[in-house]
Structure formats: structure tokens, C-alpha cells
Design a protein around this ligand. Sequence first.
Ligand code: ZN
Ligand code: ZN
Length: 172
Amino acid sequence: MKKTIREDYRIEITPATWRDGLSHEQMRELLVELEKSVRRHVDGLDGVTQRWTTRYECSHCGLEWEVLTAWQAKGERYRQDEHSAEGEPVCCDKAIAEFRAERGLPLLDEDVVAYRNPDRPDVLLCREHGMGWAGLRPLTSEDLPDGGICTYGRPSESECGRDVLAETGGAS
Ligand SMILES: [Zn+2]
Ligand SMILES: [Zn+2]
């Protein structure tokens, strides 16, 4: 039968959240201070462990930092274009441009005005809303002689509705 075992008893101490504006170094100093005062005042301690969580986000757009794997960079459904390489971010134009500049790779095609979903031809996304989504086909203004409206969010109040050609200041 299933037997319940309780072990590894401990207390976690969390600094007040108003300190969130501090840097990593300042937070670590704060933890050291907390640890010292715990040790000074509490008997029967075995260990005090400092812990924190690390996560990565894009400094440009704030989205979670995600990059292409080697096989994604080779696959048409994932990569931005044939110059995409392993480690290329997927979140936004600026992160991709930065990555490519560091490696001397050709920048994203600046003529791209919108993206179409090959599986759902009624879906058209402006540059902002199509950027970074896997499997979309980039379109230039020549692919859209009659222009087009971004269908992002349709049908809801947050629908983009932007004219994908107007956004670029008339790229042609
Ligand atoms: Zn980004
Ligand atoms: Zn849009």
C-alpha cells in the first residue's frame, strides 16, 4: 500500500516584494544579510540555502527568449528565411536584426510587408503580428497588389485591422 513519508522539513524566507527594483547583486547581498540575521537569531539550523529563479526575456519586446534549434533553422516552417541560423531569436524584428548583425548574416528581407498562413489562406498578418510565428509565408507588396487587412485577433475587439501596406509607408 501507499505509505506517506514526510521529510526534508524546511522554511523558506522570501524578501518583501517592494525590493523588486534591486539589481541581482543587490538582491544577493540582501539574501546574505537575511541569512546572517537568521543564523544570529535561530538555533537548530542545519543549512540555509539561497535560491532564485532565472528566466530569459527579450530586451526589445519583453517576450520570453526563444531561439531556433539547428533543425528548426533548416526547416521552412520555422525559419524566417534561408539566412536563419541556429540560435536566432523568434520574437521580434529587432532581436533578429541584432542576432544577424553580430554574425554578419544578411538581415531579414525588409520588403516583407505581411505574412500569410499557407494552411489558412484567409489569414493575413501584418509585419508586427506575423513576425516570429512558425510556418508563415512572408509576402512583399508585389504579392499583394490590392493590399490587405491584418486579420490578427479576428473576430474580436482586439482585431488589428491594419492595412498592411499603409504600415510600411507605401513600400513599392
Ligand atoms: Zn523580441
Ligand atoms: Zn496586425
